[in-house]
Design a protein around this ligand. Structure first.
Ligand SMILES: Cc1cc2nc3c(=O)[nH]c(=O)nc-3n(C[C@H](O)[C@H](O)[C@H](O)COP(=O)(O)O)c2cc1C
Length: 167
């Protein structure tokens, strides 16, 4: 396989940008910017997320089987960059961002336009990122979009010409 072609062609896949949050209830809280996300079924509503197998977020998701996917708005590029780094909780905020806990125990970023609560149904342990399959158990719409919902959210291509995850 030609490595350059593989990289370029895989980078033709468009992605949204999300913050995956999880809390083990023992003082370990994760908030990680992720892009390898898609819905995979209507009934029950399922999503799949590629989660880095050696990350703090993966460890918590694996143990609690619960997480929240926070959508980011077009104007929230700064938040995407904030959560590329490991998150820290202080003064009731995650990396400076206000949050509250969802019914499933994971944090919801208050400033996200929307968020879904997810309950893990399977984990496919292949590669350096594992495929987490999860049922959507609750949806929160903090900021109803004016037009198409997918027009309102931050995408990989909004992060700049040199930012990619994939290839
Ligand atoms: C552009 C970009 C996209 C990313 N997408 C993912 C992703 O889809 N899945 C993932 O597990 N990590 C992804 N990451 C890495 C996480 O953001 C990073 O590992 C995490 O925030 C570190 O925190 P943690 O180790 O405490 O979980 C991405 C990083 C960048 C720069």
């Amino acid at each position: 396989m030609n490595a350059d072609a593989k990289k370029t062609v895989l980078r033709m896949i468009p992605y949204g940008i999300y913050v995956l949050t999880a809390d083990d209830g023992k003082g370990n809280v994760a908030a990680a910017t992720v892009n390898w996300v898609t819905q995979s079924a209507f009934g029950p509503p399922l999503v799949v997320v590629g989660v880095k197998a050696d990350s703090g977020a993966y460890k918590i998701v694996q143990s609690t089987r619960k997480f929240v996917l926070n959508m980011l708005g077009k104007d929230q590029k700064g938040l995407a960059f904030t959560f590329f780094k490991p998150a820290s909780v202080s003064e009731g905020k995650i990396s400076g961002q206000p949050y509250h806990l969802a019914a499933n125990g994971a944090p919801i970023l208050t400033e996200a336009p929307g968020a879904i609560e997810c309950s893990v149904t399977a984990i496919v342990e292949q590669g350096d990122h594992h495929v987490v399959v999860a049922e959507v158990t609750e949806a929160h719409l903090m900021k109803p979009p004016a037009g198409r919902p997918d027009n309102a959210i931050l995408e990989m291509k909004d992060l700049g010409d040199t930012v990619f995850y994939g290839g």
